[in-house]
Design a protein. Structure first.
Length: 132
């Protein structure tokens, strides 16, 4: 595995959690490093970044102080996404809001230009992001 890619992935994860990088900046850096997508697992507090050669890079994530709700509320997930898009709260606050709305993780596809948020029962909410 390319150590440079690993360093970029770790910096993106840390930058999100610290608030020094927004989602668009993270996507740009990951795309530039050749990352195809990533999976944020709230149950395990990890993120896995996927490369075209099938390799994955696991990064430990912050552990929010919120339990994942048992039922998935797509409307509340969407509201948290909209708040995040306008910068009204931190990434940590975003994670806590979507977890309280029953989101157990999300999958970002840079190739498909979308994020799929899902709950414990595999209910989903999909958000598309613009192509460059």
């Amino acid at each position: 595995m390319n150590e440079n890619v690993k360093a970029i992935v770790e910096a993106c994860s840390r930058g999100s959690e610290e608030g020094s990088l927004n989602f668009g900046q993270v996507l740009g850096k990951l795309e530039g490093a050749g990352v195809e997508g990533y999976y944020a697992d709230f149950r395990r507090s990890t993120k896995t970044y996927y490369l075209p050669d099938g390799m994955g890079i696991d990064v430990q994530a912050d552990d929010p102080d919120v339990m994942i709700a048992s039922t998935f509320d797509a409307g509340r997930v969407e509201a948290a996404v909209r708040q995040s898009q306008v910068g009204t709260h931190s990434y940590r606050a975003f994670c806590e809001k979507v977890m309280a709305a029953g989101c157990s993780g999300y999958l970002v596809s840079l190739l498909g230009r979308r994020v799929v948020y899902f709950g414990r029962t595999a209910e989903t909410h999909v958000e598309h992001f613009p192509y460059k």
